[in-house]
Design a binder for this molecule. Structure first.
Ligand code: NAP
Length: 285
């Protein structure tokens, strides 16, 4: 069997198209578009690339978009003051503080200062708690993008054996909760797990590890769906995933490529969260 590819680029474009329409409707109805403010501190080169790409997407979709770039020496109090100012600004629906922050800043305290209603990254403990309890809220973008991909290929998680590799707060844990909330039987693996044994039983594997080609093709159960969140930059500058793609595609029914799989979905879901936050704010009046 050779797996079918899940084209994250094409799906992200589809999501973005529909958000563009929703943004125009919101603008026409309420006199302002959805708005997102991105805060970046210091000169981390990867952060600069991510923030530029988020800003560009927001502008293309007709959103209000603000980029606050603060100097690397910004104090915790100055950063918190900006977050409070954005919390109070009615034209800002979503606030994203780009991580990592310089070491002298307390990231957790900054993320917790963002109003949960504007937390479009879904990292605030209130939103994480809502997800844990199976209640509505803003969901972290990468796992939300994976759920969208599963919907696209009509994979219904109900009763399926789903293995998530990785337990980070930004991918693994929220991914596992989304699958549990969709009535899957979920196993969460980490660095102390027998990953091969768990993957061998899985109908769905979501790899979010950060170790190039950790998941071997021979582990993949025939017909399983394989989602590769990993983005690992090799010494040659090339990107690879957490799955040995060439071997796994001979066993899986569906598989995501790297690049062009989960990556493009993340920004699309950030925009989705911004529209959701705008709708909630505008309906509250
Ligand atoms: P992270 O915070 O470093 O977490 C990695 C997780 O993998 C940890 O839970 C760790 O276990 C586990 N792990 C490490 N080595 C392992 C091994 N040999 N066997 C089993 N589990 C192992 O990473 P992250 O932020 O979740 O990101 C994971 C990957 O996804 C990275 O490649 C990252 O670049 C990528 N990513 C992609 C996107 C996207 O948009 N496509 C977004 C976010 C992240 P312990 O908890 O036991 O240490």
């Amino acid at each position: 069997m050779t797996a079918q590819l899940i084209d994250g680029k094409a799906l992200a474009l589809k999501v973005r198209d529909s958000l563009k329409g929703e943004a125009a409707d919101i603008h026409a109805r309420y006199g302002r578009p959805p708005g997102i403010a991105v805060v970046r501190v210091g000169e981390d080169p990867a952060s600069k690339v991510y923030v530029t790409s988020k800003e560009k997407t927001a502008t293309e979709l007709g959103f209000g978009s603000w980029h606050h770039h603060l100097d690397a020496g910004t104090s915790q109090a100055e950063l918190l003051a900006l977050v409070h100012q954005l919390n109070a600004d009615p034209s800002v629906d979503g606030i994203l503080v780009q991580l990592p922050l310089p070491k002298h800043l307390d990231s957790n305290a900054v993320l917790e200062a963002v109003s949960p209603a504007k937390d479009v990254d879904g990292f605030h403990a209130v939103n994480a708690g809502h997800l844990f309890q199976g209640r509505p809220g803003l969901v972290p973008c990468t796992p939300a993008g994976v759920m969208k991909m599963l919907e696209e290929i009509k994979f219904n998680p109900t009763g399926k054996s789903c293995v998530v590799i990785g337990r980070s707060n930004i991918v693994g844990r929220p991914m596992a909760m989304l699958l549990l909330n969709a009535s899957a039987t979920v196993t969460i693996c980490h660095s102390k797990s027998d990953v091969a044994a768990e993957v061998r039983r899985a109908d769905l594997v979501v790899a979010a590890v950060g170790v190039s080609r950790l998941v071997k093709g021979e582990w993949v159960r025939p017909g399983a769906v394989v989602i590769d969140v990993g983005m690992n930059r090799g010494a040659d500058g090339k990107l690879s995933g957490d799955v040995d793609f060439d071997a796994a595609k001979e066993k899986a029914s569906w598989i995501t490529p790297v690049p062009g799989g989960v990556g493009p979905m993340t920004i699309a879901m950030l925009m989705h969260n911004t529209v959701a936050a705008a709708k909630a704010a505008l309906s509250r009046g």
